[in-house]
Design a protein around this ligand. Structure first.
Ligand SMILES: CC(C)(COP(=O)(O)OP(=O)(O)OC[C@H]1O[C@@H](n2cnc3c(N)ncnc32)[C@H](O)[C@@H]1OP(=O)(O)O)[C@@H](O)C(=O)NCCC(=O)NCCS
Length: 159
């Protein structure tokens, strides 16, 4: 598996994987282009045999830049269950050298909850959950999104 920083040319395939995920909110194609331009250092794609099979888009929270907010993560359905999701998150945490990872997950997304729980377990750290966005915060009947915080991540060389 090759893990690398996305480029503008990756935005089409990222959009396609998001569309095929059946779980993610599909954002505009323009949005994924902007992510590959302006937030590429805090995002990652995974390639298998030269084909992009997964992505994570994220950003450092402006008010708390030691926290990486994972905006979207998806693995093409044909390549799930092989550790691609965990590998991308681990590599991104390492590259960004953040203290915590945050993400929001709907209550029914067992796969995503399992993946972030496995990340915390593998890195020997904690995972916490609290309400963030309620259905009434959305204009379109969207389900509640709970905020998961994973960390703190131990840093090599830290006292
Ligand atoms: C969530 C997702 C990214 C996981 O990708 P993946 O490459 O299949 O995950 P991994 O193979 O790295 O698995 C990581 C861990 O999660 C567990 N897991 C993954 N999918 C699971 C599922 N559907 N049900 C239960 N556990 C699951 C794995 O068993 C593994 O745990 P383990 O190390 O204890 O065995 C993928 O299922 C996906 O793209 N889903 C649709 C998009 C989505 O929901 N994104 C998250 C929105 S917040």
């Amino acid at each position: 598996m090759r893990l690398r920083t996305p480029e503008i040319a990756d935005a089409k395939r990222i959009w396609e994987i998001a569309a095929r995920s059946r779980e993610l909110d599909l954002n505009s194609s323009y949005c994924y282009l902007m992510w590959c331009r302006d937030h590429r250092e805090t995002s990652i794609v995974a390639e298998l045999d030269g084909r992009t099979v997964g992505f994570v888009t994220g950003y450092l929270r402006p008010s708390a830049p030691s926290a990486l907010f994972v905006w979207q993560v998806a693995v093409d359905p044909d390549f799930r269950g092989r550790g691609v999701g965990l590998a991308m998150l681990g590599a991104l945490e390492h590259r960004c050298s953040v203290t915590t990872i945050e993400t929001t997950i709907t209550r029914d997304n067992a796969g995503s909850i399992a993946m972030f729980t496995a990340l915390a377990r593998n890195r020997g750290t904690s995972i916490g959950r609290r309400p963030l966005f309620e259905p009434e915060d959305f204009p379109d009947g969207h389900s509640a999104e709970e905020l998961y915080t994973i960390g703190p991540f131990p840093r090599i060389g830290a006292a």
